[in-house]
Design a protein around this ligand. Structure first.
Ligand SMILES: Cc1ncc(COP(=O)(O)O)c(C=O)c1O
Length: 410
């Protein structure tokens, strides 16, 4: 979003106009940003055979899946429903990786019948998979390397207490099963959930993956998951993907030489592709001065953006309606009957009731974590593409709250 002549614009469209046309609360996505991020990542690792599997849990709107598929991306799906959404969006099964956690084997079988790549993340599923399919269906193995390279322990998934992946300490057990049941392993997957801020830490982690990979002779790809950090507040360090690519490409190439085959490199970014492209527009309903602070109560809350409450995540907020107003300190809170603070002690240009506030970095884990808590309705979603705003999800209506209820007749 750019500020030009005191007006915020996305692809030259005044954002205020989009808010007027579609109402608030409203999610808006800028397709240019998504497309640029996708190509940035591909270019950073260009000499390699890189495949980007968009972790669609970040934002599952079909139009976003189509947009990324059109650019060449595959999909990382964590549930059979995400997988079906990806197929619905036209992504071919061979471009989809199914990475579920703690699912019934029945769900894995369904995914196999749909022809996608399967990522196995427990000894139990590996055993059932081997017994049923042997070498007939190739698979990928999700390893837990027990690396916690900084970042937020709530979102890290590779540490010793994590439920994700097969522990690297269970290597012997895993190899026994693979050999006895003749399982064909074509990929190794690691997603530590740690932000890649320190390139050295990432490269050390990569060495662990290479060591694991040496045990498997039929590999076709190595999947390094995600960890691409974007900036959520001013001064935040983001992953420098270009610098990472420069360091990582020769190391990966060396490994492939040692391994004796050119492997594909897979990544599964979510945030990196869609976080900064998304904004949540809300309206200031009430400006309330208390002895302690000035609250702006908005027509949204944790039901529309859970990250601040779930992860203590910081999202920048600004006043879209009054770009040049005098800065004042506010607590921006939701209308939910919980303490749903979207931002505390924030400097915003003078807020009046009815002003539209814009919450940044709302593209990833924004809409996809929405709920109907307090029987509130989910917002609409708009995609700005090629200089035009397109509605890509209708605002929920009261009838949606009743849709699946079965009324008992007393
Ligand atoms: C297996 C896996 N891959 C990729 C991702 C995407 O992570 P991010 O949105 O941080 O890029 C996640 C996030 O939870 C994940 O669990």
């Amino acid at each position: 979003m750019e500020l030009i002549n005191n007006q915020y614009l996305i692809q030259n469209i005044p954002v205020q106009k989009i808010a007027q046309s579609y109402g608030t609360p409203l999610y808006i996505y800028n397709s240019d940003k998504i497309v640029n991020q996708y190509h940035r990542l591909c270019n950073a690792f260009a000499p390699l055979n890189i495949e980007v599997k968009y972790a669609c849990k970040a934002l599952t709107n079909i139009s976003i899946l189509k947009l990324l598929h059109q650019q060449g991306a595959g999909i990382d799906a964590v549930s059979i429903q995400e997988l079906k959404l990806a197929l619905h969006a036209g992504v071919p099964p061979e471009k989809i990786l199914f990475t579920p956690n703690c699912v019934d084997f029945e769900e894995v079988q369904q995914a196999i019948s749909l022809g996608v790549h399967i990522n196995i993340d427990s000894i139990s599923i590996l055993e059932q998979f081997g017994q049923k399919y042997g070498s007939k269906v190739p698979c990928c193995i999700r390893i837990n390397p027990h690396i916690l390279a900084g970042g937020n322990a709530n979102i890290s998934t590779g540490h010793i207490d994590s439920k994700f992946g097969i522990s690297i300490l269970q290597m012997r057990h895993m190899l026994r099963l693979i050999e006895s049941l003749q399982i064909k392993v074509i990929g190794i997957h690691v997603h530590t959930g740690s932000d890649i801020l320190d390139l050295e830490a990432f490269l050390r982690g990569a060495e662990v993956v290479f060591e694991v990979a040496e045990h498997f002779k039929q590999l076709e790809f190595l999947d390094f998951g995600s960890g691409f950090k974007v900036s959520y507040r001013q001064g935040d360090i983001a992953t420098d993907v270009e610098a990472l690519g420069k360091r990582f490409v020769p190391i990966f190439q060396d490994f492939c030489k040692r391994y004796g085959r050119q492997l594909a490199l897979w990544f599964e970014p979510g945030k990196f592709l869609v976080s900064e492209a998304g904004y949540l527009l809300v309206q200031g309903n009430v400006v309330k001065t208390t002895p302690a602070t000035v609250f702006v109560g908005v027509n949204s809350g944790m039901n529309h953006l859970l990250r601040p409450m779930l992860y203590d995540a910081h999202h920048e907020i600004f006043n879209l309606s009054n770009p040049s107003g005098t800065k004042r300190i506010y607590n921006i809170v939701g209308y939910i009957c919980e303490t749903d603070t979207l931002g505390a002690d924030r400097q915003l240009a003078d807020v009046r009731e009815g002003h539209i506030l814009c919450i940044k970095n709302a593209g990833a884990y924004g809409f996809s974590m929405t709920s109907n808590y307090n029987s509130r309705l989910r917002p609409a979603e708009v995609l700005v593409h090629e200089g035009k705003a397109h509605l890509i999800r209708k605002r929920e209506q009261f009838e949606d709250l009743l849709r699946h209820q079965v009324e008992f007749e007393f």
